[in-house]
Design a protein around this ligand. Structure first.
Ligand code: ADP
Ligand code: MG
Length: 625
């Protein structure tokens, strides 16, 4: 018998599972039953669509067989089965990078960690919490030879040829000390009901049932087999028949998450297309949310038959945190991945589902603001991704996304910002490009503070890219305060002549500064947006801001053009007034540079030549002290 070692990650994982999750070991049964159910789903699908499998008799069931004497539990299914190569790769290695990530995410908190197990598909190994030896005898559908895989969960595993009458998988757990509590039929029934009640296939438990025998006046044990789950497609029942607990149970059964979902949306569509959708929003964002190989959360069924659970086309990518079920009456059972991509039925379901999810979220935002904030805490960022990609739902998404702002505690919505707009305010303004603290202190905000106008603080790294493409919220313009043209809005219309006179009066100084700074800048001009600061920098409409240029470079884009900033000078500032009086000489030139450098620093842009900056600063200090 050939002995094989576990992949290093598997050994590591086994160590962690066995040592960190002891307070929650009952989930082993949920994991093994869900694997059995997956295997049955896969075989059912093949028998429906592949000619070669159509002759295989399909009698889907999951059998639990408890032997209290021997302290063993058998979990058997009539599903797709595994051959030798499958056993080695599925039960000896970890393929998904998400699962490897699991290792780094373990917190040591048993409850949290047991949730992670379901999310990352390390489910099978959880059985080593309760067993010191596991045998897996499996025969793959379509093949004659069966194989036995045996392991103690420590050193590795052994594989040898075996026999099995029909295709499927039989797992024998030899309970260890920890597992003995599960060698109890009551306990097993309870766990199945708790986690696996809505598994679509019947689960039978065979055990020694004690019954009182009146004739012999004693209790007698009889070997009995009973179905222990409801085995119904819950989502096909009408809403009034489904309790809140039913919904939560189903959620846990399909996700392996033992925390209750935040919300769920159950829809039955009857009309030109017939389908049922049941979508859940998990309370915590899935840990693989920002990984490219994220696990798809929505399962596709056709007429209650499971079809696939890895189709990324079921919902747009930005809704990848949604969990649940789409069950269609109109799709063919043999629908393939290729067909899905341009299938008219699925496209309609998808479009309607997105609208449904977004409108339900809007209802929650209006009616349960507290819960909505919890949602936003987890999912604001993916919704913003939607603003970038999903043009047709942009208005709805703009209503759902939340923003930090100079006027609101916590976060605020655009509709709330609208209600706070000043008379004559021409647009909703926002600032991008850096950390929150940097943005809040930017000189670009001074005029808005002075005029008591709200500005949104967009501090997510991709905000600038996303909002550069969004001109309007309803009829109201959305404008970045980082852009040169925005200042046009702010000119004091009551005193246009005065502003112009001011700009005119410092023109000679502006020319001097421009000459001193040379090709460092595109232009210098009088600012109308500054109150306390002497200077600031702004960008042209079409150009990425300096901060954006930095982000793009840090993402490896080296060939991006480096447009020069425009320097704006505050004509009312003391320094500027003094410079106007003494516009020539070395000190004035140093001052010109310092005006530029401090504006850059305030925007979080590192100086190209810090040494010269310090020398200038020291010269000016020396002269002034
Ligand atoms: P996951 O179910 O998330 O993929 P598991 O650790 O639970 O992760 O199972 C690993 C793999 O082993 C499964 O993906 C499946 O390919 C295979 N497997 C486990 N149990 C069975 C079973 N009863 N029948 C067929 N294949 C199985
Ligand atoms: Mg599994």
């Amino acid at each position: 018998m050939a002995k094989q070692e576990f992949q290093t990650e598997v050994s590591q994982l086994l160590q962690l599972i066995v040592h960190s999750l002891y307070s929650h070991p009952e989930i082993f049964l949920r994991e093994l039953i869900s694997n059995a159910s997956d295997a049955l789903d896969k075989l059912r699908h093949l028998t429906l669509v592949e000619d070669a499998y159509k002759t295989i008799p399909f009698d889907p069931r999951i059998d639990l067989d408890l032997d209290e004497e021997a302290q063993t539990l058998v979990i058997a299914d009539t599903g797709i089965g595994m051959n030798e190569a499958d056993l080695i790769s599925h039960l000896g290695t970890i393929a998904r990078s998400g699962t490897k990530n699991f290792l780094s995410q373990l917190s040591g908190d048993a409850k949290k960690d047991s949730n992670l197990i379901g999310q990352f598909g390390v489910g099978f190994y959880s059985a080593f919490m309760v067993a010191d030896k596991i045998e897996v005898v499996s025969r793959k559908a379509g093949e004659e030879q069966a194989w036995r895989w045996t392991s103690d969960g420590k050193s590795g595993f052994e594989i040898e040829p075996a026999e099995r009458m029909v295709p499927g998988t039989t797992i024998v757990l030899h309970f260890n000390e920890e597992g003995k509590q599960y060698a109890n039929s009551w306990r097993l029934q309870e766990i199945v009901k708790k986690y696996s009640n809505h598994i679509a296939f019947p689960i039978f438990l065979t055990y020694d049932k004690s019954e009182w025998n009146a004739e012999e006046k004693k209790s007698i044990k009889t070997r009995t087999t009973e179905q222990v789950n409801a085995a119904s497609a819950l989502w096909r029942r009408s809403k009034s028949e489904i309790s809140e607990d039913d919904y939560k149970e189903l959620y846990q059964a399909i996700t392996g998450d033992s925390t209750d979902p935040l919300f769920w949306f159950h829809t039955k569509a009857e009309g030109s297309l017939e389908y049922t959708t049941l979508f859940y929003i998990p309370a915590k964002a899935p840990l693989d949310l920002y990984q490219s190989d994220y696990r798809v959360g929505v399962k596709l069924y056709v007429k209650r038959v499971f079809i696939m659970d890895d189709a990324k086309e079921l919902l747009p990518q930005y809704l990848r945190f949604v969990r649940g079920i789409i069950d269609s009456e109109d799709l063919p059972l043999n629908v393939s991945r290729e067909i899905l991509q341009q299938n008219r039925v699925l496209t309609s379901i998808r479009v309607a589902s997105v609208k449904k999810i977004l409108s339900e979220l809007k209802n929650i935002a209006t009616n349960k603001p507290e819960e909505y904030l919890q949602f936003i805490g987890e999912y604001n960022r993916p919704l913003k991704e939607g603003l970038y990609g999903d043009y047709s739902n942009r208005e709805a998404l703009l209503d759902l996304v939340r923003f930090k702002s100079t006027k609101a505690e916590g976060v605020t919505s655009l509709s709330e910002v609208m209600t706070r707009m000043k008379d004559g305010q021409k647009a909703i303004y926002y600032i991008t490009g850096g950390r929150e603290s940097l943005l809040r202190n930017s000189p670009l905000l001074e005029i808005y503070k002075k005029k008591d106008i709200e500005v949104l603080i967009l501090d997510d790294d991709f905000d600038e890219i996303i909002f550069a493409n969004i001109d309007k919220y309803g009829d109201i313009e959305l404008k970045s305060v980082n852009k040169a043209s925005t200042s046009e809005d702010l000119k004091d219309e009551s005193e246009p002549a005065e502003e112009e006179a001011k700009a005119e009066s410092i023109k000679p100084l502006l020319d001097k500064i421009k000459a001193a700074l040379g090709d460092q800048i595109k232009d210098v001009r009088a600012s109308v947006r500054l109150a306390d600061s002497p200077s600031c920098i702004v960008s042209d409409e079409a150009e990425p801001s300096l901060q954006m240029q930095q982000i793009l470079r840090s993402m490896g884009q080296t060939d991006i053009p480096a447009p020069k900033p425009t320097l704006e000078i505050n004509p009312d500032h003391e320094i500027v007034k003094k410079l106007l009086a003494h516009p020539d000489g070395a000190l004035a030139e140093d001052a010109a540079w310092l005006l530029l450098d401090q504006a850059l620093l305030m925007e979080g842009v590192p100086l190209k030549d810090p040494a010269s900056f310090v020398q200038r600063l020291n010269r000016v200090l020396t002269a002034s002290i």
